[in-house]
Structures are given as C-alpha cells and as structure tokens.
Ligand binder design. Sequence first.
Ligand SMILES: Nc1ncnc2c1ncn2[C@@H]1O[C@H](COP(=O)(O)OP(=O)(O)O)[C@@H](O)[C@H]1O
Ligand SMILES: [Mg+2]
Length: 351
Amino acid sequence: MRLEGLSRQIALSMAAMALCVTLLMVATGYAFYYVALTYWPVHFEQSGWWLTAPEVLWLVSSTATGLALSLLMGIRLARRILLPLNSVAESMRRVADGDLNARAAAGDRSLREAAMLADDFNALADQLQLMSREQAFWNAAIAHELRTPLTVLRGRLQGLAEGVFTPDEGQFRSLLAQVEGLGRLIEDLRAVSLAESGHLDLQLQETDLAAEVRAVVEVFGDALRAAGLTPVLELDGRPARCDPVRIRQALLALLDNARRYATPGAIRIQARVEGGRCRLRVEDDGPGIPEDLAPHVFEAFRRGDGARQRGSGGSGLGLAVVAAIAHAHGGEARCGTGTGGGARFELSWPG
Ligand SMILES: Nc1ncnc2c1ncn2[C@@H]1O[C@H](COP(=O)(O)OP(=O)(O)O)[C@@H](O)[C@H]1O
Ligand SMILES: [Mg+2]
C-alpha cells in the first residue's frame, strides 16, 4: 500500500503522536523510579502490588501531558487539512452569491487531495467566469446586430410617415430587404442556439450532393460573378447521407463570404464522398483568413477587422452556422489556406 498526500500526512501524524506519548511515558517512568528508588527505597519496596500516592501522581500527570500533546498535534493537523477545505467552502458560498471572482487557496501542497480539491474548484470557477463573460458578449452582440437594421427601418418608416420619402416601389423593396435581413439574423441565431443545446434536428436522407451544389451555385451564380468570382465545380455523383436543406444553407454561407471577402478569381467548390465520409470544400484565391482570426473563425460574432470596417452587412454568424450544421451531422468544419493562398473551408461528416 502506497501512502500519499492526505493519508500519508494523517498516518505520519498518528505515528509521531504514538511515539511521543510512548517516549514520554518511558522517559518519565525511568526518571520517576530512579528518583524514588534512590531517595525512598524502603517506602517503595514495602508497598507490594499497590500503587503508592507518588506513583499515582506520576501516572496521572504523564497521562495528562500525553493527552495534551496528542490534542495539540491533532489540532495542528486538523487546521492544516481544514484550511483548504474551508477556503473551498467559503469560495463556493461566494460563487453561489454571484461573486465569480472568488478562488480557493490550495495551501499546503503536501496534503495532495485537499490541494487538488481547491485546484479543481478554481478550474470550475474559471470556467464559470468564462461562460458568463461569453454570455454577456453574446447578449451585447445580439443586441447590436438587432439594433442596426431596426434603426434603419425606423428611419425609413419615419421618413415615409413624414412625407420625406415618397412611398414608391423602391422604398418598399428596401424596407423589405431590411426585414428579410432581420429574419435571416434571427434564423441564424436560432440555428446556433439550437446546435449549442444539441437540439438542431436534421432530416437526414440519401442526397445527391452534386445536384444540391449545382442548385445553390445556379441561384447564387450571378452574385458571385458580380463580385468577379468564377465558380469551378469538382463534384462526384455519389449519394451522401445528410440534411440537404442544412447543407445548402452552409454552402450558401460559405459562398456569401467568398462574395464579400475574396478577391476576384476562381472559387473552387468540391463535393466528394470518399471512404465513408462526405466532404464539401470551398476555396477562393485570396486574401485568406487573417492569422489571428483563424482559430476563432467558427465562433459566433468573430469577424475580421476588415469585415467590420467595411460594414459588409454580415452579422458574424455565418461560419458559426456552418460549424453548427457540420457538428449536427456528427462531423466537423475546418478552415485553412488553399493552394492559391486563399481561404479554404471544409465540411466533412460521416455519410
Ligand atoms: N472567404 C473568406 N476570405 C477571407 N476572410 C473570410 C472569408 N470567409 C470569412 N472570412 C472572415 O471570417 C469572418 C467571419 O465570417 P462569418 O461568420 O460569415 O461572419 P460575417 O460574414 O457576417 O462577417 C468574416 O468577418 C471575415 O473576416
Ligand atoms: Mg458571413
């Protein structure tokens, strides 16, 4: 049996205590009989089996000293053990009261388990704090994204009501575009939130992936060509198991990003079913994902500085939706650098 940490400390203290008490009894016993037999030998030799008063006094006093010693050592050990435990309990109460900055002191590292408990609690508190910050960031971002189209809508409607704008078809179409933008934003938010709670339900079916890609490119082709992008398709005709509506949604988000952020050139769209895995890849000719953004690009509301400054109209949810769709399929979404130095996005899932 290996003794470590807390059990080792307790065993060591117990052993030390037993040793001290034994030593105390033996040493005081020797001293007592040495003195007694030297100065009153007759008195002790005549007492027979009965304890004499001085012997009783010695026994009581040395037992009391042994007890006091044990108590002292026990209290010291208990204090050492209780320090981190109390610190954890106190910090837990503070966290429960809403103070997420509370952290426990691990104290003496030789009490391994107690220190580990404090460390684990601190890791938990860190995680809680991170999540609450993310939540606050989310709420602020959602409020911001909702506010922008609402402000535009209110301005236009006010202008119409006050007769500043003439109520022609163009005005109504632009109002409609704002409302549609709001609708898309809400739909994206819903998809990401559902995916986070594991409730993004899919209608899985055998799908002709190539046909789905062709259909999306057909609808979106004009917008791509207007941005100077030429779609190049590499499709194999094998059926894939997926939710075609969601896969189309993901591809549309990727093409929309290419339209906004890629430099004019080719945009290669590849759909393959290989070795039991389906793969959908979109690759452009540049400028690629900025290095500092790359690790976070699939997180909601993470956008490049360029995208923010240009006010490109995206809400920062496009790639979060793409990742959510890939995860819901039991797969993953990845980004990297393409052969031409542009951005490469790839969805893969078991199919
Ligand atoms: N093809 C691309 N080339 C370069 N940067 C891209 C590309 N696609 C996405 N990005 C970067 O990733 C960020 C996040 O994209 P996304 O989640 O779709 O949000 P949004 O398009 O609303 O900004 C974009 O703001 C942009 O900076
Ligand atoms: Mg986007």
